[in-house]
Write a protein that binds this ligand. Structure first.
Ligand SMILES: NC(=O)c1ccc[n+]([C@@H]2O[C@H](COP(=O)([O-])OP(=O)(O)OC[C@H]3O[C@@H](n4cnc5c(N)ncnc54)[C@H](O)[C@@H]3O)[C@@H](O)[C@H]2O)c1
Length: 344
């Protein structure tokens, strides 16, 4: 079987550590070309493994041996590069947050149909293995669900390059926002996916968004789902490191009538993951095997598989659209202090 020719555009953190590394591991594809506007990357990636380096993504789109491209640039550029790639007949894996506006997301969905190619959105953390077990538990559960809570507290800002204010994450022309846009998107996706329901109303407060989101490091978001469940996101990048003994606190919990389930997925990277479950009036601790593949590898494998099988990818442009809808509503709510109702 011919290998799928791929190219990666944007070779920073995500492009290098998530996309390139995972494509190298996938036996059904071959990296044909790489691109970054920063020419320094040309020295980092040998052409024998990564193909031709260019600073202009349009050169990649002109290549007949490239079937699919990964876009891992700052969000501002996702729209134009995705549209150009679809027009050039390429499948696209586009990082989250999908694009900057809902009308851009709609344009892309139209272009997908017009050019007959698919777009997958990089909501990578859907592929954390404990959540597949979690979803199965939820589909077997007969108790009415009441609420879902995702908590992510970690110390990123002090150690991370984001403390340079000029970085794109803090520039409203380059990205919808900072903490909620970067990490909250994964949590919004998890809730939609686990519940199989869409958000109808959003109430949020975020730090510093009104100040050009320069200090947008924490967010608290309440989501009303169509199925009656209430979601709560508590997210902070600035919790001091002695909290939780230098570890991040990453919990996803679901509460129902006589039902509770929780994944603490920080442990997942370090030891055997487990799910705490209260069901049938009993507490259980389900030990899961450590997943030999990381979420990014699962994501890239699923993308390549969808191309081989000529099927829609598992995380679609529609998911990217619905995700962005909630994200933008949360920032709007934070700005106005009022809840935002979403259309059916
Ligand atoms: N799925 C995940 O878990 C995950 C994790 C981190 C980042 N991301 C996403 O990946 C994207 C990139 O984030 P990052 O942390 O890698 O940023 P980064 O700043 O480390 O890298 C972005 C790269 O894109 C390059 N670039 C900018 N404009 C370009 C253009 N027009 N053409 C080619 N290259 C261009 C920059 O020079 C830079 O090297 C963002 O959308 C971010 O939200 C996703």
């Amino acid at each position: 079987m011919r290998k799928i020719g791929v190219a990666v555009i944007g070779l920073g953190f995500a492009g290098s550590n998530l996309h390139l590394v995972s494509y190298l591991e996938n036996k059904n594809c071959k990296i044909k070309a790489i691109c970054d506007v920063n020419r320094n990357y040309s020295k980092k990636f040998p052409p024998t493994l990564f193909g031709e380096f260019t600073t202009d993504y349009r050169e990649i789109l002109g290549r007949v041996d490239v079937d699919a491209v990964s876009i891992a640039t700052p969000p501002k550029f996702h729209y134009l590069i995705t549209l150009d790639a679809l027009k050039a007949g390429k499948h696209v894996l586009c990082e989250k947050p999908f694009v900057m506006t809902l009308s851009q997301a709609k344009d892309i969905m139209v272009a997908e149909k017009k050019y007959g190619k698919h777009v997958m959105v990089g909501l990578t953390f859907r592929y954390l293995k404990p959540f597949f077990e979690f979803k199965k538990i939820l589909s077997d559960n007969k108790n009415p669900l009441i609420s879902i809570r995702c908590t992510e507290f970690e110390l990123l800002l002090k150690n991370h390059k984001w403390d340079k204010w000029e970085d794109w994450q803090f520039n409203p022309a380059m990205s919808p926002g900072a903490a909620l846009s970067e990490s909250g998107t994964h949590l919004i996706d998890r809730m939609r996916w686990l519940l199989g329901s869409e958000v109808r109303k959003v109430y949020a407060t975020t730090s510093g968004y009104e100040n050009n989101h320069k200090k947008d490091h924490s967010a608290f978001v309440i989501l009303h789902f169509a199925n009656g469940v209430i979601g709560e996101i508590s997210l902070s990048y600035q919790v001091f490191s002695q909290y939780q003994n230098d570890k991040a606190l990453c919990l996803t919990e679901i509460f129902g009538n006589d039902f509770y389930a929780c994944v603490n997925y920080q442990d997942y990277f370090k030891s055997n993951p487990s799910i705490t479950l209260y069901d049938n009036y009993q507490w259980k601790n389900l030990k899961l095997d450590v997943d030999p593949k990381n979420p990014a590898q699962h994501e890239i494998d699923a993308f390549i598989q969808s191309i081989i099988q000529n099927k829609k990818p598992p995380i679609t442009s529609y998911d990217g659209y619905k995700n962005l809808e909630v994200l933008l509503a949360a920032y709007k709510s934070s700005k106005t202090g009022k809840p935002v109702t979403l259309n059916e």
